[in-house]
Design a binder for this molecule. Structure first.
Ligand code: SF4
Ligand code: SF4
Length: 118
């Protein structure tokens, strides 16, 4: 999934002009991608003169941090609303099951996608 680093983007509009589905706009002097219409063709990466169109993998540390923060919030809320400290551990176990399921979904999806190569 492409995303634009607003600190690097100069708002030159090259990606806007070259996006085949017209899903990039200049908003507030920087490009923004409407992911609803993006077909993941990679053109915006290739044409950007500032290297401002970045890859998903660079957001992995941020995504992990968001997941940890979300889990801690759920743990706090479970303890608060269910009025028991024991609910923290139960909540943590549920969230670990949730992320384990997400991992299995990703692994199985990758297996299926490999079969599309042939
Ligand atoms: S990846 Fe392709 S479709 Fe998506 S925003 Fe970039 S140029 Fe447009
Ligand atoms: S081509 Fe790069 S620098 Fe120019 S508007 Fe698009 S993202 Fe910004």
């Amino acid at each position: 999934m492409p995303w634009v680093d607003r600190d690097k983007c100069t708002g030159c509009g090259t990606c806007v002009d070259n996006c085949p589905v017209g899903t990039i706009l200049i908003i507030g002097e920087a490009a923004e991608i409407n992911m609803d219409k993006c077909i993941h063709c990679g053109t915006c990466h290739d044409v950007c003169p500032e290297d401002a169109v970045r890859h998903d993998s660079e957001k992995i540390p941020d995504r992990v941090g968001e997941n940890i923060a979300m889990t801690k919030k759920f743990m706090d809320d479970c303890e608060k609303y269910l009025e028991s400290a024991a609910e923290r551990k139960k909540c943590l176990n549920r969230m670990m099951k949730h992320f384990n399921a997400e991992k299995i979904i990703a692994e199985k999806t990758l297996e299926e996608l490999k079969s599309l190569e042939s």
